[in-house]
Write a protein that binds this ligand. Sequence first.
Ligand SMILES: [Mg+2]
Length: 294
Amino acid sequence: MKSYKFIVNPIAGGGKAKALIPGIERCFRDAKVEYDIYWTRCPGDGIEAAQKAALEGFDVIVAAGGDGTVNEVLNGIVGTGSSLASIHGGKGNDFATAVNMPLDIEAACQALLKGKTRAIDLGKVMDRYFINSVGVGFDAAVALRVNRGIRPFKGVSAYIYAFFETLLSYQVVEIDIDMGNGPLKSTPLLVAVGIGQAYGGGMKIVPDAIQDDGLFDVCVFNNMSRLGLVYHFPKVFSGRLNQVKQYAGYRTRELKLKLSETRPLHMEGEIFFGDQMHFTLQPKGMKVISGDFN
Ligand SMILES: [Mg+2]
């Protein structure tokens, strides 16, 4: 029988993850399964806690939080034998969605206990691993604004406010994009790189991405008018943004971006800054617990 360590971010989703813990404890006690809980104290704490848990021999490390918590746990357990799991405990739960983890906590516990273990592709950029998605450009500028906090807005309204504020001020940057055939000069609105299909809490930016095909799905979205963007942007939620003519989709194992100036990159709820971004992929490099049953 497997053992489980929960890495809980008590402030994720405004306390959403924290509220799920009693239900999880009930379920795991009833199932007589070995488990332990760790509460994170500050940003970055989850990495060390997950690494420690993996070294202690826990089979499954469960990120109880949003995508930011998933990313920390991932970066703690890469290279260990432990599997990654996640429940819907944050504002954005795109990884949990991507592996079909149920929303209902009891069903999610059953998935954690009996769900199929799959190996999915593992991405790396700027010395940090990712399991779902990364964006550079307009989307990262929006994410940066949201992360810095927009009073009095929270949740989806904060994203909408940040979207419009960014829309008014955003300046495109020149990016050399190299997928192995030499650099292509461009000034796109954004470049998104996905193993999973969605980011930002359900925006299907690379709607055809397959998690274990050994390839990144890449979206290069070319610049368009502000009005056009307001009109077309909602299509990202239904996975139809790729029908817009400014959308160019690619599949590649490796990708190099060279920006004419330092800009933010958003990775699963975290923001990093850089002007050179080298994306590499390790096929089926991470074991994950899915909501699928054998
Ligand atoms: Mg893929």
